[in-house]
Design a protein around this ligand. Structure first.
Ligand code: SF4
Ligand code: SF4
Length: 456
């Protein structure tokens, strides 16, 4: 039984029906996990349905209004009601959360319903369950592949093996598997001297900036799986940029943020990983660290999905002190001023076609990279629009979803083709995969451009 079912009920928040959208505090107390009263805030405007990228391309998907408030109402009136299997077609892009003018906690409802469907109704011996479990536990595959990265890179993209994976597991062979780095971020971090080296670098930098060397500038880096195993250059850029501003960085023990597990209804797996993450991050938060993530889905998980779905000691403190990497520097430093005075040359002196991930949009971060880099000398940036990239983590890796995923991404691909730049930029690793797949462009992370602009 999930946490959601065990908790007491609570009064629903008043719907926000004013002209100006103000988020409604539907869950004033995180101990209250029974979602059914949240359904009462829905006034059936269908805005969520018209903003759902999956409903737009999949006629069999009934949309977020049904998946959320309507199913919860049905559960309220019929104790024998079972979750509709279409919940597995929701990609967990969370765009419906943002769209709802009444603050209905749609993605929380979807995540909880999906968890219930998987644990109570899904056949754990089915191919779909096995495939989803493998995709959701990407960290395990990546950990194993990182032990033999060169071999894994050849094997994972070997044609007959891909054909077999599609036929037996339903993992599309249309996409190239991302490359595994020959040195993970954590290996680089340890070779470089770990937290001690970062402390020395940050203090030196603070001295040069004329700031107190015993200051409280310290962050705990949540690098996530992808920056660790596939794109350590993003993690390195994060460390160097933060040290440039005088921050001492630590890279605590961590597991997957849980994002692919939520999307596949693997809540028990997600909880196990969340317990490790919350435990190490909450100890650091108590010591005055803030948690900073370079992936917008990871920051989303720590700050929103964890407290919505789990009741773990310290979870509220971690959620309240988690930030996305650029967001944190924008809040605490004159990042805009520093970028305005900088000039980028070399490899990253380019025009970028920027896509804001849906999960960045949910955190109000969708414009920050464009606003930040538009004043940067030597580089240009253009927003390629508001559409979803379509891959949504593991969704676009499923054979039966691949075509739909590409159809959702079509608008973004078209905007990329019309943008001046031929290099893409985004904060989300799977959006980057989709951008690269649909456009053929190389894709970079905003932290890499920031490093090129600011760090000597
Ligand atoms: S999370 Fe995304 S795919 Fe799922 S119902 Fe909401 S908008 Fe649709
Ligand atoms: S947008 Fe919100 S209020 Fe409107 S139908 Fe969807 S859940 Fe209900």
């Amino acid at each position: 039984m999930s946490d959601a079912e065990e908790s007491p009920t609570f009064e629903p928040a008043a719907p926000n029906t004013g002209d100006e959208f103000e988020p409604v505090d539907v869950f004033p107390d995180s101990d209250d996990f029974d979602l059914r009263p949240g359904a009462d805030s829905c006034y059936k405007c269908s805005t969520c349905d018209t903003n759902c990228p999956v409903a737009e391309v999949d006629d069999d998907f009934p949309g977020p209004k049904f998946q959320g408030p309507e199913q919860w109402r049905l559960k309220q009136t019929d104790d024998d009601y079972t979750v509709d299997d279409s919940i597995m077609s929701c990609s967990n892009c969370m765009r419906c959360d943002n769209a709802c003018p009444s603050g209905v906690p749609l993605s929380q409802m979807h995540n909880t319903a999906r968890g219930e469907y998987v644990s109570e109704q899904m056949d754990t011996l089915s191919v779909e369950y096995v495939r989803n479990r493998i995709l959701a536990n990407y960290r395990t595959s990546a950990f194993l592949a990182s032990k033999v990265p060169r071999l894994a890179n050849v094997a994972m993209n070997f044609g007959p093996a891909r054909w077999l994976m599609e036929k037996t597991l339903g993992v599309t062979r249309e996409r190239d598997f991302p490359e595994f780095a020959t040195q993970t971020f954590r290996e680089w971090w340890a070779d470089r001297g770990g937290a001690d080296a970062s402390r020395r670098n940050a203090r030196e930098r603070r001295e040069r900036r004329g700031e107190p060397t015993d200051g409280e500038k310290k962050v705990a880096y949540f690098h996530g799986c992808y920056s660790n195993y596939n794109t350590p250059e993003v993690g390195k850029a994060m460390v160097r940029v933060y040290e440039h501003f005088g921050y001492e960085v630590v890279a605590p023990e961590q597991r997957c943020s849980g994002t692919p597990m939520f999307a596949n209804g693997m809540l028990a797996d997600a909880r196990r990983h969340a317990e490790v993450n919350v435990s190490s991050m909450s100890d650091l938060v108590e010591e005055g660290y803030d948690a900073v993530a370079s992936c917008t889905s990871c920051s989303m998980a720590l700050r929103q999905e964890y407290p919505e779905l789990f009741d773990i000691d310290g979870i509220e403190e971690v959620a309240a002190n988690t930030f996305e990497a650029l967001e944190y520097l924008r809040i605490n430093e004159d990042l805009t001023g520093a970028v305005r005075e900088a000039e980028v040359s070399g490899d990253l002196a380019r025009e970028f076609a920027y896509h804001a991930p849906c999960h960045a949009r949910n955190q109000g971060l969708d414009r920050q990279a464009v606003e930040l880099f538009r004043d940067l000398e030597g580089a240009g940036i253009e927003d390629v629009g508001e559409s979803c990239s379509g891959i949504s983590g593991t969704y676009g890796w499923k054979e039966e979803k691949y075509e739909k995923s590409m159809e959702i991404g079509e608008e973004m691909f078209e905007h990329m083709a019309h943008a001046e730049g031929e290099v893409g930029m985004t904060e989300c690793p799977t959006c980057a995969m989709q951008m690269e797949h649909g456009s053929g462009y190389e894709i970079r992370h905003p932290l890499e451009l920031l490093e090129a602009a600011l760090v000597e």
